[in-house]
Design a protein around this ligand. Structure first.
Ligand SMILES: Nc1nc2c(c(=O)[nH]1)N[C@H]1C(S)=C(S)[C@@H](COP(=O)(O)O)O[C@H]1N2
Ligand SMILES: [Mo]
Length: 527
């Protein structure tokens, strides 16, 4: 039956081509990981291409990704890149069976894309960053060429073991050897990458945080309400939200870390080591941090006890004068080791609030995810305009002269945190029993404080909630409301009033450009 056998033969051919393509891609990535492990882990092709994609993602798409995938957004992105790569690899593999050179050249093209991405990263350290992509692609091209040469039609069909008209034994042997070699290269690469971070891990493990010269003011007893389901007053480090663009978390060695302060109006530019910062009088403060990408009712807000160096003091010593007293620079641009830039108003940093370069978080050195060894914090400002992690450079400039990373991507230049409140319990679509139901949650308006929280059931009147004690204006405040729930479906809505007397806005806005406004509602069915 020639028709059937030629169909089978086509299937086998497609399978051989696809395997050759996938193996070539796997080899390319594995070899690239190995070279990256030797040169610089952050220069690996998946990291640099992923980073380039993140930087070019429009604000609306980035927000969609955060909304949909939450903190898994980076994993989803990397899986997406790998899936797309696999599809192209299959196509190149099938092509290579008939056009070996073209197929191999296709793989090399990807090496060029990877190299270009690597060199265009803001944290690129030079031409060496292109090596992982280039060497990986060479390896992949070689494998594709070799495997394609072994997957050739047998001239005389009908041999014992070659009923499909394709010689498979040679191909399978070569494919097996390639797979094992590539996997080993990949594992070795990962191991080497891990070793490169060892110095940083050791420097964190041995770092002893000094006692604060100015400890955190005592937290009043009544800040915590005893309500099941309410957000904890202090967010443990392991639960603290993480938002950044870093595909590989920077592992900075505290011993070699430096911070430079320079720019417009800096009469005495300086560079600090961590030991020099730690030798200064430190302050310890409870501060609630919020992300501008937090939807109304969303999870990107957390409260921690931070230990750090007062930033205004460092700026004064450098000769910086705030704009209100005639200073030339109105924007402070913080730069991280991975090339992120964040811009804060100099006026806010120097107006007496507890802006700091934080080294400690809830009693331990900053976790790597949260900016070890040093990050910036300015109470009252969204993270993207103040909270630079892995900070290494502070440049005084003007808002006219420079747009930092997020501002280039349509977010606002200035972004004080909006007054917000969230219902933690009951959860949406809960089915509480009729009678007394405790509605509770948190409200925040950093640096202004919360003076009132109100609840509305359906279209009823606004009712005052009970407030927990206010620990300070830079922290969120718990609240609860005893609701006499009647059977049926009900909509609960919350609104807060801040220390300036401003009632939380009713107007629903998107997170772009300066943070979501509007009120959180929860629908429940009382049974
Ligand atoms: N280097 C660096 N710092 C950064 C960011 C970043 O992407 N890179 N993201 C900022 C944003 S948008 C926020 S909301 C806070 C989040 O800090 P966290 O991850 O410690 O909660 O970090 C800020 N600092
Ligand atoms: Mo953010």
């Amino acid at each position: 039956m020639p028709a059937v056998s030629s169909f089978r033969s086509k299937l086998v051919r497609a399978a051989l081509g696809a395997s050759a393509g996938l193996l070539a891609a796997f080899t390319a990535l594995a070899v690239a990981e190995l070279v990256a492990g030797l040169v610089r882990p952050a220069a690996g092709p998946v990291t640099v291409v992923g980073g380039a994609v993140i930087d070019r993602t429009p604000a609306a798409v980035k927000d969609f990704a955060i909304r949909t995938f939450g903190e898994n957004d980076k994993t989803v992105l990397q899986l997406g890149i790998l899936a797309l790569l696999a599809l192209i690899a299959v196509a190149l593999g099938v092509l290579a069976l008939s056009h070996r050179r073209t197929g191999a050249a296709g793989v090399l093209l990807f090496g060029i894309v990877g190299a270009a991405a690597a060199l265009s990263r803001p944290d690129s350290v030079g031409i060496g960053d292109a090596l992982p992509s280039v060497v990986g692609a060479l390896g992949g091209a070689l494998v594709l060429y070799a495997l394609a040469s072994r997957a050739v039609p047998t001239p005389a069909a009908g041999g014992e073991s070659e009923t499909d008209g394709w010689s498979r034994r040679g191909f399978l042997a070569a494919a097996g050897v390639t797979a094992v070699a590539a996997a080993s290269a990949g594992v070795l690469g990962r191991y080497l990458a891990g070793r490169q971070g060892r110095g940083a891990v050791a420097s964190r493990a041995t770092l002893v945080l000094p006692e604060p010269a100015s400890p955190a003011p005592a937290v009043p007893a009544g800040v915590r309400l005893r309500v099941p389901g309410i957000t904890a007053f202090v967010t443990p480090n392991s639960d603290f939200y993480r938002v950044d663009t870093a595909l590989t978390v920077p592992k900075v060695d505290a011993g070699t870390w430096r911070l430079r302060i320079h720019g417009t109006g800096v009469a005495r530019p300086r560079t600090y080591t961590l030991d020099q910062l730690l030798a200064r009088p430190l302050i310890e403060r409870d501060i609630t941090l919020t992300c501008v990408s937090n939807e109304v009712g969303g999870p990107y807000v957390g409260n921690a006890r931070w230990l750090g160096v007062p930033l205004a003091q460092l700026l004064k010593e450098a000769g910086v004068i705030p704009p209100s007293r005639g200073g030339k620079a109105d924007q402070l641009v913080a730069r991280s080791v991975d090339g992120m830039t964040l811009g804060s108003p100099v006026e806010d940093v120097m107006d007496g609030r507890d802006a700091m370069l934080a080294v400690g978080m809830n009693g331990e050195p900053l976790p790597f995810d949260h900016g070890f060894p040093v990050r910036m914090l300015v109470p009252g400002l969204y993270g993207y305009v103040s909270a630079c992690k892995w900070i290494t450079d502070i440049e005084l400039t003007t808002f006219d002269a420079y747009d930092p990373y997020w501002v280039k991507r349509k977010w606002a230049r200035r972004a004080p945190i909006k007054t917000q409140s969230r219902i933690d319990t009951p959860k949406p679509f809960a089915r509480p029993a009729a009678g007394a139901v405790t509605v509770a949650g948190v409200a925040w308006a950093q640096h202004r404080g919360i003076t009132r929280v109100q609840i509305r059931v359906d279209d009823g009147p606004w009712q005052d909630a009970d407030l927990a004690a206010q620990a300070g204006p830079d922290m969120w405040r718990q609240w609860s409301y005893r609701w006499n729930a009647e059977p049926g479906g009900h909509n609960l809505t919350v609104r807060a009033t801040d220390g300036a007397g401003q009632v939380q806005s009713e107007r629903r806005t998107r997170t772009v450009p300066d943070g979501a406004s509007g009120r959180h509602s929860v629908f429940v069915t009382v049974t």
